[in-house]
Design a binder for this molecule. Structure first.
Ligand code: ZN
Length: 126
């Protein structure tokens, strides 16, 4: 069984790795959509894998750390690409959300996103 929950955040960033003169080298903003997926077996008695209130509480802290921020100034996000944001969210959540399986970060206005399934080493050990 997989369960997912989504949240949105608005943030500014620039990409220090972009070539000089490239639009991404200048400060700009996006509306980001994040979907976090966990997996596991629902409890046989309650029929519940995780209480959505707990799921939401874990995500709320992460959202607060990103929403209306200059992402380059967030610790660990000096290079705030979609890829790095997905890994950053994973690293923040994996101890709080048993069964964490996937973090998706999308910029819907650009029709693009990143999907992360965790470090290769950890994945292989499962
Ligand atoms: Zn951007």
């Amino acid at each position: 069984m997989r369960l997912y929950k989504e949240f949105h955040f608005e943030a500014a960033h620039f990409l220090p790795s972009a070539p000089p003169g490239h639009p991404n080298s200048r400060v700009h903003g996006h509306s980001f959509r994040v979907r976090v997926t966990i997996h596991g077996e629902p409890d046989a008695r309650t029929g519940i894998l995780v209480h959505f209130e707990e799921f939401e509480a874990a995500l709320a802290e992460t959202r607060a750390a990103l929403d209306h921020r200059m992402l380059n100034e967030v610790e660990g996000l000096a290079m705030p690409t979609l890829e790095r944001i997905a890994v950053w969210i994973w690293d923040r959540l994996h101890n709080r959300l048993p069964g964490l399986m996937e973090v998706m970060v999308a910029r819907d206005s650009c029709h693009e996103g990143a999907i992360y399934h965790g470090p290769r080493m950890r994945h292989a050990a499962e």
